[in-house]
Design a protein around this ligand. Structure first.
Ligand code: DGT
Ligand code: CA
Ligand code: ZN
Length: 597
């Protein structure tokens, strides 16, 4: 069985989990579906082959009943259990759960008692002040929901800008598919996806081949294509299933590949500046290539009437580095092409040559196991991290206040130290460091007494509950936390969830100033829903000389791999260099780097 659509299976399992939650099923049962979805998402082997061998149940976390459902979907295109439960609710009910502060319990109450089954209906009910009349809701909740609705609507209306993390798996799969098309010599992602922006409007792919049409024919056969939007001589666009993602593919002769790739990588701002520079050197740059202007044309071009059709004036551009070299500049990595000063720096040859990248990361920071809300055991996580070539791993479960996430009591935390010692004995070649992700409580204190915190190698401090604090309260809360001498790393600093929850209100510059004074390390969290810090804040942190930790916040062995690129994307877009990142150092260097002044 080939071409089983992994994304569809994952989505069906997640949806089923969400509906079960709405239906009030117990958390254990619901979680089984989330775990199964996570397992399938993380599969490196072909799902079709596994199903064919009837080997689904040999995957950890997938039992008989879930395996049957997956098989049914793969063979018939339907999952009866999902269809049945879906039919019990209004078609748009899951949409409600994209509203911040609106979990399944509340969604269910809204549906059962007010007949609210979509964002639109919720808005109406709030406006008519019907929501506040429900038991357990009240005026404050209603006001919160109104705010949340704005967030959810903005997310949906940003032209449906999608999270990079949701898009990248399909984009990568499609790129691989295109590379297999007849005649394709080179192919690459372009646009905002290549620049690793946290949200993207669509996917751009650029390929080279002598003849575009056979490549398009192959493109249209990609199993996830839902609809053909348009096909021309050098460009074709499709819409994909499940994510509704639009993909534009451009196919050109190989000699035009590099300049087209450069053009369709953008950003527009980067290009506008680059074109101005080029004109001063008597060159024009466009999607068709780089041209040297003839005498007389130069003046016309500067006046905005460039003509560059003459083939003899076209300059050979083999790759993007050629293009930047022609302009007397350093090569600008795609992530930096946002007109944030990179052009000036590249002209002055002051662009960092040692931007942080995957190969520099030697330790995993911030992860969860079955001790709190992760899905793999500590030993499994240790072995997986080791297999990735990492030499240390911080054991940082949730703390006691985060009871909903399996946070550890002091007693449990101490029991875990024995398990850490045991795993350190049996898994050689990687060192587990004792740590915690401690809640920063409402008043800015940490979640354990000093006598416990001082025994730990690594203390990450994170805010998980906002208690409706305003900017001033939130700022003071974080500043206060930095006074705790045991805090090393500030975890997922702004608490945002992309397209879902706004950053917590706080005076970031004041906070970063204090972090610099106190020697706090700032986390760049790679969970794709978070990507927290943002590149803008990374730069602000680096301007203050702060150190960064590139964290995965992994809750499974799969996420150890999957989350890392998103933390790296934020860090690179914020111009972080190898020396700025604490987990590029060996374990001794890491512990020294996070130590407080
Ligand atoms: P997105 O799709 O909104 O997430 O962002 P991009 O940057 O991928 O934008 P997109 O897909 O509209 O276009 C891809 C690239 O093509 C863009 O980054 C630069 C280039 N491009 C598109 N339209 C123009 C234009 O009108 N002028 C210039 N200079 N470049 C353009
Ligand atoms: Ca794009
Ligand atoms: Zn956290």
């Amino acid at each position: 069985m080939s071409n089983v659509d992994k994304t569809a299976v994952v989505k069906a399992l997640r949806d089923l989990g969400a509906y079960l939650q709405l239906n009030g099923e117990n958390a254990f049962k619901v979680r089984a579906y989330d775990i199964a979805a996570e397992r399938i998402a993380g599969l490196t082997d072909d799902l079709g082959a596994i199903i064919e061998k009837k080997a689904l149940t040999s995957l950890p976390g997938i039992g008989e009943s879930i395996a049957k459902k997956i098989e049914e979907l793969a063979t018939t295109g339907k999952m009866t259990a999902l269809e049945e439960i879906r039919a019990k609710f209004p078609p748009k009910i899951l949409e409600l759960m994209t509203v911040p502060d609106l979990g399944p319990k509340k969604a269910r109450a809204l549906f059962e008692q007010l007949g609210v089954g979509s964002i639109e209906e919720l808005e109406k009910a709030c406006q008519e002040q019907r929501v506040r009349t429900l038991k357990g809701f009240g005026q404050k909740t209603e006001e919160k929901l109104i705010n949340g609705l704005q967030v959810a609507k903005r997310a949906a209306s940003t032209g449906g800008r999608k999270r990079l993390g949701d898009v990248l798996p399909q984009a990568d799969a499609l790129l691989e598919w295109i590379k297999q098309a007849p005649g394709v010599k080179r192919a690459s992602l372009g646009g905002s996806v290549r620049r690793q922006k946290e949200t993207v409007a669509d996917v751009d792919i650029i390929a080279s081949a002598p003849d575009a049409q056979p490549v398009f024919a192959h493109f249209h056969k990609f199993p996830l294509v839902a609809e053909l939007i348009g096909a021309g001589e050098s460009k074709s666009s499709v819409r994909l299933k499940d994510t509704d993602l639009q993909v534009d593919l451009r196919v050109l002769p190989d000699e035009d590949f590099a300049s087209a790739l450069h053009h369709f990588t953008g950003s527009k701002g980067h290009h506008i500046k680059l074109r101005g520079l080029a004109l001063e050197k008597g060159l024009t740059i466009s999607e068709w290539g780089v041209f040297r202007m003839k005498e007389g044309e130069n003046a016309a071009a500067k006046a905005g009437v460039a003509k560059h059709e003459s083939a003899e004036a076209k300059l050979p551009i083999r790759d993007e580095a050629d293009l930047y070299a022609l302009l007397g500049m350093q090569f600008v990595p795609p992530e930096l092409r946002e007109d944030w000063g990179e052009i000036e720096a590249a002209l002055a040859h002051e662009l960092p040559e040692d931007l942080i990248s995957r190969k520099d990361i030697v330790g995993n920071v911030h992860a969860h196991t079955t001790w709190s809300d992760g899905i793999n055991s500590l030993e499994e996580m240790a072995r997986a991290a080791k297999a990735l070539g990492l030499t240390y791993y911080t054991v940082t479960e949730h703390s006691q206040t985060s009871g909903y996430a399996g946070g550890l009591s002091i007693e449990k935390l101490k029991q875990q130290w024995d398990e850490i010692d045991r795993v350190n004995e049996v898994v050689k070649g990687i060192r587990l460091l004792k740590g915690i992700e401690s809640d920063i409580l409402e008043d800015g204190s940490l979640d354990y007494p000093d006598s416990v915190l001082e025994k730990l190698d690594v203390v990450i401090g994170s805010i998980h509950q906002r208690y409706s604090q305003d900017e001033d309260q939130m700022t003071k809360r974080v500043l206060k936390a930095f006074d705790n001498p045991h805090l090393h790393i500030w975890g997922h600093p702004t608490g945002r969830l992309i397209n879902k929850r706004e950053p917590a209100p706080m005076r970031m510059e004041e906070i970063l100033d204090k972090a610099a004074k106190k020697g706090i390390t700032i986390e760049v969290n790679g969970c794709p829903e978070r990507m927290d810090l943002s590149p803008e804040h990374v730069r602000k942190a680096l301007e203050r000389g702060l150190k960064l930790s590139i964290s995965t916040d992994a809750h499974s062995t799969n996420e150890l791999t999957v989350h890392l690129p998103f933390a790296l994307a934020s860090a690179r877009k914020g111009w972080a260099r190898v020396g700025d990142v604490v987990n590029t150092r060996d374990v001794k260097g890491f512990l020294k780097a996070i130590r407080r002044n």
